[in-house]
Design a protein around this ligand. Structure first.
Ligand SMILES: [Zn+2]
Ligand SMILES: [Zn+2]
Length: 289
């Protein structure tokens, strides 16, 4: 009876590395990672836990470390952290309301997508990455941690390059550069928002990691403030760039000018909202230092 029970469901016991090593999965997993087939490694992990050849929650990390070593575990967490959302590319999808045009058939600007033609993917919240619950519970904490730190690094990279500003030479490329920056910052913002929520939720599953998770939530919070402030700057700059690169109003018309002002207002409004959100977050941060 005991034997049968073990065969049916032996994997929840982290003290059984010999059973866990059966089938050569450890070598396959390490192989995928060393050959830079990260998505294959992630799919393999999901399969192993779904088939219950590895525990889904408690003991999963230890089982992988025991069988493959800490280095493979770290690389697997990185692979999971970067695993893309299956429903979008870089966190955005074409805006359905304006079909990606940024304005409706009657010429009015689309507020749903801030005139930009795409909106955040509803599935991943705009992060462009698989949601945390896609991964087995036993590894979610590592994925949250790794993804947050990677994203903070990406934010620092963005902040290191100055906000593109208009020069006679870059008139043609300025809008594109600002659009790219806006998109990048929006994606970073979504990842950090998800991380913050996930780090707080994770405390329920791992009260013993409360200290680490609180520190992670605080870092996400701070990075989120910086992201929103920079995103507000990028949106304001984008509005200015649209205005200055728009064709001059047709004589006697003036409709173009009105249209430019409307677009300006939509982008500036969003920038104000972002600044207000960041200020509010900074204010709430103060008591904690
Ligand atoms: Zn739209
Ligand atoms: Zn998505």
């Amino acid at each position: 009876m005991t034997m049968q029970a073990d065969i049916d469901d032996p994997q929840d016991d982290p003290k059984r590395p010999s059973v866990l090593r059966q089938g050569g999965w450890a070598a396959d997993l390490a192989n995928h990672l060393s050959l830079h087939r990260e998505p294959d490694a992630v799919r393999m992990l999901i399969k192993l836990t779904t088939e219950r050849r590895l525990p889904r929650s408690h003991g999963l990390r230890n089982a992988i470390v025991d069988a493959c070593g800490a280095d493979v575990m770290d690389r697997l967490a990185q692979a999971c952290a970067k695993f893309e959302c299956p429903y979008c590319q870089d966190g955005v999808v074409t805006c359905e309301r304006c079909e990606g045009e940024g304005r409706a058939d009657d010429g009015s600007w689309c507020r749903a997508c801030l005139t930009l033609g795409n909106i955040a993917c509803a599935f991943c919240g705009g992060s462009g990455l698989a949601t945390y619950d896609f991964f087995p519970l036993g590894i979610q904490g590592s994925v949250i941690h790794t993804r947050t730190l990677l994203t903070i690094d990406q934010l620092l990279d963005v902040l290191e390059s100055p906000l593109p500003s208009p020069t006679p030479a870059n008139a043609a490329s300025l809008v594109g550069a600002l659009m790219a920056r806006t998109k990048q910052l929006s994606r970073i913002r979504s990842v950090l928002r998800n991380s913050l929520e996930a780090a707080r939720g994770e405390v329920d599953h791992h009260p013993e990691d409360r200290g680490i998770l609180a520190k992670l939530a605080l870092r996400s919070w701070r990075a989120l403030c910086r992201t929103e402030l920079e995103l507000a700057r990028a949106l304001n700059a984008l509005a200015d760039a649209f205005s200055s690169t728009a064709s001059p109003p047709i004589a006697g018309g003036g409709g173009d000018r009105k249209s430019i002002e409307e677009r300006d207002a939509i982008l500036n409004e969003e920038a104000c909202r972002m600044e207000a959100s960041a200020s509010d977050m900074i204010r709430r941060l103060k008591p904690h230092g």
